[in-house]
Every structure is written in structure tokens, then in C-alpha cells.
Design a protein. Structure first.
Length: 215
């Protein structure tokens, strides 16, 4: 019995370790795909192209060296990149970094521009709000991260969005920064935003991986 338990524990540990490596590396690999499947998780970004995604607006979206990159067009115009598929209850893990100054975010339960939630990636001054803040169209901020040190300006960040029923939670680099109940939208697409404005002309939102687990 003890041998069986040790074997099971090793298997669970190995699967967890593989998932962690896949999350950090953010590459498409058969072992990563198998680990995702075993964990009930799927990748929204294949690391090669924009299959499964729909650009809207004027922002420029491309895949470079296995990374998803979004930026303004030459006229500083904005845009979104949204999944073609809709989701309801889920846990979404996004590994990203930003070329600052910037204003971006992860849309979720996006039905229209007037009916959606967003996990922000920004530095907002009035009111004070940093990345991980929860924005809701028509309601402004539902929860604000006021600690600028949570985000790594020169490295990769892990943003976890858990949306189940009316319960909305956002974790940034292991710290819970939003935990609210709001039923503005109960389903919709997932996506990334590029905000307008010349002050964000050099902005790039760079995504290494986006993995989702349906709840």
C-alpha cells in the first residue's frame, strides 16, 4: 500500500511540475498538451499564429518567436484581440509582460464593449489603480490594486482570473488583488486590449501563454 501511495504521489508531483514548466516556458509541446488535457486545461494560444482569435479595431497583432505581441498602429489607434469561442465559468492563467508606458488588459466574459470585465494591465492615477485591478464597462473599477510593486516591470508576470457565477477573482503574481461579486456579464469571449493615445505609442503587450480551465 505504501508503495502504491508513493507511486501516486510521484505521479501527481510529476504532473504538477510539468504543468508549472509548461506555464513558465509557454511553448507548444506534446507533453505540455498531455498535461493540459489531464488537468482539464487547454491553451488559447498555440505559439505559432492567431488561430482561434479575431482582431477587432486597428491595433497590430502578431506572433514573434512564439510570443503574442500587440501594439498600436502607426496612427496610435486601439484595438482588441478576442477569442472566437465564448466561455462562462473558468480559471484563466496568463503569463505576460509589458513594454511601458502602456495601458492594456485581459478582457473576459466579453459580449460587447459595453458588457464585459477586464483584468487591467496599467498604471492609472485617478483613482490610483495598477495592474490586476478589475474593470467593468459602465462601472469603472470594481476592485483596485494600489500596490505598484506587485508587478515586475522588467520580467514576466502571472495573472490568474477566476470567474464562477457572479464571483470574480484576480490574482497577480500570487497575490489576490480582486475578490468581488458582480453579475454584469455571465459569459463571453476572452481577449487582450491595446489602448489608444500617443503616450502609449511604444507600448507592447506581450503574452507568453494563456491557459484556461473550465469550471
Amino acid at each position: 500500500m505504501h508503495l502504491v501511495r508513493r507511486s501516486v504521489n510521484r505521479l501527481v508531483y510529476s504532473q504538477a511540475l510539468l504543468l508549472a514548466i509548461c506555464l513558465i516556458v509557454g511553448v507548444s509541446h506534446p507533453q505540455c498538451a498531455a498535461a493540459d488535457e489531464a488537468n482539464g486545461t487547454s491553451s488559447l494560444f498555440n505559439g505559432r499564429d492567431l488561430t482561434g482569435w479575431q482582431p477587432e479595431g486597428h491595433a497590430v497583432w502578431e506572433v514573434k518567436d512564439g510570443l503574442l505581441v500587440g501594439k498600436q498602429d502607426e496612427q496610435n489607434r486601439p484595438g482588441d484581440l478576442l477569442t472566437k469561442e465564448e466561455f462562462k465559468n473558468f480559471e484563466l492563467t496568463v503569463v505576460y509582460r509589458m513594454v511601458w508606458p502602456g495601458n492594456s488588459g485581459v478582457w473576459y466574459r466579453y459580449q460587447t464593449a459595453d458588457k464585459a470585465f477586464q483584468a487591467d494591465i496599467l498604471e492609472y492615477k485617478n483613482p490610483l489603480a495598477y495592474s490586476g485591478s478589475l474593470y467593468c464597462t459602465g462601472k469603472m473599477f470594481l476592485a483596485r490594486n494600489t500596490d505598484p510593486k506587485l508587478e515586475k516591470h522588467d520580467g514576466w508576470n502571472t495573472l490568474v482570473i477566476r470567474s464562477e457565477g457572479d464571483h470574480q477573482q484576480i490574482t497577480l503574481n500570487g497575490k489576490l488583488v480582486a475578490d468581488v461579486h458582480d453579475d454584469t456579464s455571465d459569459h463571453g469571449r476572452i481577449g487582450f486590449q491595446v489602448h489608444p493615445g500617443k503616450e502609449f505609442a511604444k507600448m507592447q503587450i506581450i503574452v507568453k501563454s494563456a491557459r484556461i480551465k473550465r469550471l
